[in-house]
Write a protein that binds this ligand. Structure first.
Ligand SMILES: NC(=O)c1ccc[n+]([C@@H]2O[C@H](COP(=O)([O-])OP(=O)(O)OC[C@H]3O[C@@H](n4cnc5c(N)ncnc54)[C@H](OP(=O)(O)O)[C@@H]3O)[C@@H](O)[C@H]2O)c1
Length: 253
């Protein structure tokens, strides 16, 4: 899966799945634009990309903010002149449900980053992806496909369901222009998502989440990265509008 001479934008590249995936693209020869809020973490990932002999551009942006989000594509074009793949990976969870009075706040918070920013970025990226016959990979979740086992995260699930339908609609619109749009839908992944989103004790949750999977195992970041790279590669040239579940059988239970 060579990405030689390709440029890839990875949002949420400062940790977890995004950081691992950015390095995997670099190992396959891509230069990478790294997007997130935390400059220090971005700089560390950029250093690791450069250690592989590839170019890295760290773009500090809060994707819940429209003006910040608008800078990502122009900065990438100014630096690299083109890009071939957009990985919309940045995501967050906000807690709130119908009976706790936090429903609307949780909905607004989660939709801004998980859906609105993806729509904005994909829209700004599309003219450039048409030039390179590139593609988009959106990182959704099993929460798109089933109600959450954690009721407090209902609006996370709502946001991923919206993201899933956006993936399919975008795939349909961009197909005549030769641009593919796909979705990767992980089950539980072993990384800092739980602590970053203050969802509770990571060790306790890890144990209960492993129990929710048929294989009794929690995926690692690079296992999700492998599916992302496959969908972004020419090997997946016949795949668009698809939902790729990688969940250790979470949906079976
Ligand atoms: N971990 C799981 O179990 C799991 C399961 C299914 C799906 N997913 C999805 O996988 C994707 C990646 O999450 P992860 O598991 O790798 O967790 P993570 O380590 O918490 O990574 C989330 C990334 O998104 C960035 N981000 C969050 N809010 C942002 C904002 N407003 N602006 C810019 N960047 C922002 C974070 O960077 P900064 O904080 O530096 O901004 C970080 O790089 C998410 O879409 C998540 O919903 C995760």
């Amino acid at each position: 899966m060579s990405f030689a001479n390709k440029v890839v934008i990875v949002t949420g590249a400062s940790s977890g799945i995004g950081a691992a995936t950015a390095l995997m693209f670099a190992k396959e020869g891509a230069d990478v634009a790294l997007v997130a809020r935390t400059q220090a973490k971005l700089a560390a990932v950029a250093k690791n990309v450069e250690a592989l002999g590839r170019k890295a551009l760290a773009i500090q942006a809060d994707l819940s903010n429209e003006a910040d989000t608008a800078t990502v594509i122009p900065k990438t074009i100014k630096h690299f002149g083109k890009f071939d793949v957009l990985v919309n990976n940045a995501g967050m969870a906000s807690q709130g449900c119908l009976l706790d009075g936090k429903a609307l706040q949780a909905y607004d918070d989660v939709m801004k980053t998980n859906v609105r920013a993806v729509i904005q970025l994909t829209s700004l990226a599309a003219p450039y992806l048409i030039q390179t016959k590139g593609n988009v990979v959106n990182i959704s979740s099993v929460a798109e496909l089933t109600t959450n086992k954690i009721p407090m995260l209902m609006f996370y699930a709502v946001s991923k369901a919206a993201l899933g339908h956006f993936t399919r609609c975008a795939a349909l619109e961009l197909a005549p222009s030769g641009v593919r749009v796909n979705s990767v839908n992980p089950g539980p992944v072993e990384n800092e998502f739980i602590t970053n989103n203050q969802l509770g004790n990571a060790d306790d949750l890890k144990e209960s989440l492993a129990g929710y999977t048929a294989l009794g195992y929690i995926a690692k970041d690079d296992e999700i990265g492998r599916v992302i790279l496959f969908l972004a590669s020419d090997k997946a040239r016949s795949i668009t509008g698809s939902t790729y579940v990688i969940d250790n059988g979470y949906l079976l239970k």
